[in-house]
Design a protein around this ligand. Structure first.
Ligand code: IVH
Length: 675
């Protein structure tokens, strides 16, 4: 049978185009056409191949999922053994320093010799695979196995979209590319959600999901697992003049159309390696996949040859690990905490577990829906995650390991602290205790907020003391604070006369404050510092605010219906109005709006953190100017930071500020503030 010339030409055209779009989409992550257009090209090719089956070739993009299920994987002998690398778990810079020192010693370098050039890259957490291309066509893919002999997983690897079935440009006669099959976090999450929805097993972690996906005997199952690949080295090669450096090899692999992570850098000496380790460590939880460390390699292939191997490990490479971000533990109980606005937050009490560099015993479960979504039962074996400085959380339950004694969590119908009714509004994820300030838990939180630095700023009135005051019945509302005498505080035990006197003096001092701070201190839902300032400016006095209705509130700039409703509700509560009257009766002296406006734009008393390089000011200049206006400059970002001033290359302080919701300024913003 003859094939029409037109069909032959169109088939090869379509393949070329589809390959190009695969590369754009899966390797570069820069699609040039819509999914629908891609699907149209793909269908056209499928139809042409269906009417002319003799045109089908194994490297056609339609042939990724072919082949039958296997009984077992065939063994594959690696022409060049697949080695592993030595691993260091030292923290911070010492891993880089030790490795560099060892390399210099092995090469016989002395202190006056220039720094060694390295290539630093990511240590992917997945399964090592060797891809063999002959004349540019993928002919075999094998696992590492024992390093000498692996398993033939070609059918499965072909289903991974970012792995080209045919290389681009001018590939060598033989090219074995080695790298890691892994799974992206987003894909993992989607896969697990689908598994759970269909009642199938949930994967413990990305690594297991990736490794398990590759080792399926039925390639159709692998095709349903969203896997990715990143190349980091070579196996056997023929017909190619090798580049002289490892970075050159990676560039070449990328040019052949293989995915190579762009998170790689040529680093000079121990300092260059340590800088890469720090940089990746700070950004680790923002990467779209899990890594368990970084890898340092001597860049020159000639030096690599000179350094050689010790047993199964090359002397020229080392993996510098990070502390694990996930660990397995057990949920001993699920407690419910009550917050300032009455929100009930379930918290898992865990068997202590070391994760992300600390021992974790509690982890938030956020709310009821989250518990259902993650399917966490009391008694479950769970994966605990602590990434960066983020609060530890239960990532997922391993339901396969559930004991018959595990219990489902039920949100209590009554507040665990005060016994009042719990209500969950239809459009809200959180359940709340309805008792407001009658609930001791909410009372404590409300008092903590009232006394906090940015509200009434009562020094010495901390969490412990507030708990004692509420538990002993001495204080129920903020107004009660102003009735306290030093004697009452001393009566609480463990409080010396002198410190009791200090707290009383601080309470007394707090009476002189601004209207804005006072409004903020009341802890009205949805009224933050800036809304409190707007209200103070608009009403000019507390009496005018108390007398207002919801409609009039919406006339305040930046106050919308939700905020107006919160304020109206707060003021409609008799108890709240009583507390305000009592506070005023205690002798508050509230400075009016104009002063607040000035204070709000002021630098006085505020804490700044500087990071990165500013365009015109040096650090010392910026610091001096802030301090001249009564501000403070600190080295580390915390909840107490008011502003982070970020220049170029800001580093981890900028990220931390974002996490904590701290205002970030550029130099211009700072100068405006200083005016
Ligand atoms: S190089 C001859 N580079 O970690 C050196 N390995 O024991 C061969 N891995 O089996 C390995 N990321 O599965 C290298 N950037 C990277 C890597 C990497 C992950 C894995 C690989 C290897 C194991 C090291």
């Amino acid at each position: 049978m003859t094939v029409p010339r037109g069909a032959l030409k169109r088939v090869s055209q379509l393949r070329g185009e589809i390959e190009r779009h695969n590369y754009q989409y899966y390797v570069l992550d820069q699609p040039l056409i819509s999914d629908a257009e891609y699907d149209r090209l793909f269908r056209e090719l499928q139809e042409l191949e269906a009417s002319h089956p003799e045109l089908i070739t194994p490297d056609s993009p339609t042939q990724r999922v072919g082949g039958r299920g296997l009984d077992a994987f065939e063994p594959v002998r690696h022409a060049v053994p697949m080695l592993s690398i030595r691993t260091e778990t030292d923290t911070e810079d010492s891993g880089a320093i030790k490795f560099d020192a060892r390399i210099r010693r092995e090469l016989g370098l002395v202190a006056t010799d220039p720094p060694v050039e390295y290539l630093a890259e990511l240590k992917f957490d997945g399964l090592a695979i060797s891809l063999r291309y002959e004349l540019g066509v993928l002919v075999r893919a094998a696992t590492r196995g024992d390093g000498e002999t692996g398993e033939d997983v070609t059918q499965n690897i072909r289903t991974i979209r970012c792995i080209p079935l045919r290389l681009r440009h001018d590939p060598p006669a033989v090219l074995e590319a080695r790298g890691e099959v892994y799974m992206r976090r987003e894909d993992f999450k989607r896969l697990n959600e689908a598994q759970r929805a269909s009642g199938e097993r949930v994967f413990v972690n990305l690594r297991n999901a990736a490794a398990g996906g590759v080792r399926q005997l039925d390639p159709k199952i692998t095709a349903g697992r969203p896997l990715s690949f990143s190349a980091y080295g070579l196996g056997a090669v023929a017909g190619w003049a090798l580049p002289s450096t490892h970075s050159g090899v990676l560039d070449a692999l990328a040019a052949f159309g293989l995915p190579v992570s762009s998170e790689r850098t040529v680093a000079l000496g121990a300092e260059g390696l340590a800088a890469f380790h720090r940089d990746i460590g700070a950004r680790r939880d923002k990467l779209p996949f899990d890594i368990d460390g970084v890898v340092y390699k001597v860049n020159s292939l000639e030096l690599q040859r000179r350094l050689g191997f010790v047993t199964r490990e090359p002397r020229w490479a080392v993996a510098h690990k990070f502390p694990a971000e996930e660990a397995i533990s057990q949920v001993l109980a699920i407690d419910v905490q009550v917050g300032r606005t009455g929100a009930l937050t379930p918290v898992a009490r865990l068997k202590p577990v070391f994760v992300g560099g600390v021992t974790v015993t509690n982890a938030t479960l956020h709310n009821e829906d989250e518990i259902r979504r993650k399917d966490v039962h009391v008694g479950d074996t769970v994966v605990v995650r602590r990434a960066g400085d983020v609060i530890p959380e239960v990532a997922r339950a391993i339901s396969e390991r559930r004991s018959p004694h595990a219990r489902r969590f039920v949100m209590p119908a009554k507040c665990p602290v005060c016994g009042s009714a719990v209500r969950r509004l239809e459009d809200e994820a959180v359940a709340r205790c309805t008792a407001g300030l009658f609930c001791p838990a909410q009372r404590k939180q409300a008092l903590r907020h009232f006394a906090s630095r940015r509200a009434m700023n009562i020094e010495g009135l901390g969490e412990k003391l507030i708990d004692q005051l509420v538990d002993s019945g001495l204080v129920a509302t903020p107004a009660d604070l102003y009735e306290l005498g030093a004697g009452a505080l001393e009566g609480l035990g463990r409080m010396a006369e002198k410190s009791a006197g200090k707290v009383i003096a601080a309470i007394e001092r707090s009476k002189r404050t601004t209207l804005a701070r006072f409004i903020y201190a009341l802890g009205i839902r949805n009224v933050g510092e800036s809304t409190a300032r707007d209200l103070a400016r608009h009403f000019g006095g507390i009496d005018a605010l108390i007398a207002v209705d919801a409609e009039a509130l919406e006339e305040v700039p930046d106050v919308g219906p939700v905020v107006a409703e919160s304020i109206a509700q707060f003021l409609a509560e008799r108890h709240n109005r009583e507390v305000i009257s009592e506070l005023l009766a205690a002798g508050m002296s509230l400075e009016a709006a104009a002063v607040d406006a000035a204070e709000s734009s002021d630098v006085k008393g505020k804490t700044f953190v500087l990071t990165g390089t500013l365009p015109s000011l040096t650090r010392d200049e910026a610091k001096a100017r802030i301090e001249a206006r009564g501000g403070r400059v600190s080295g580390a970002v915390s909840k107490k930071t008011d502003y982070v001033v970020a220049g170029s290359d800001p580093g981890s302080k900028h990220d931390k500020a974002e996490q904590l919701g701290v205002t970030i300024l550029d130099e211009e913003g700072l100068l405006k503030l200083l005016k």
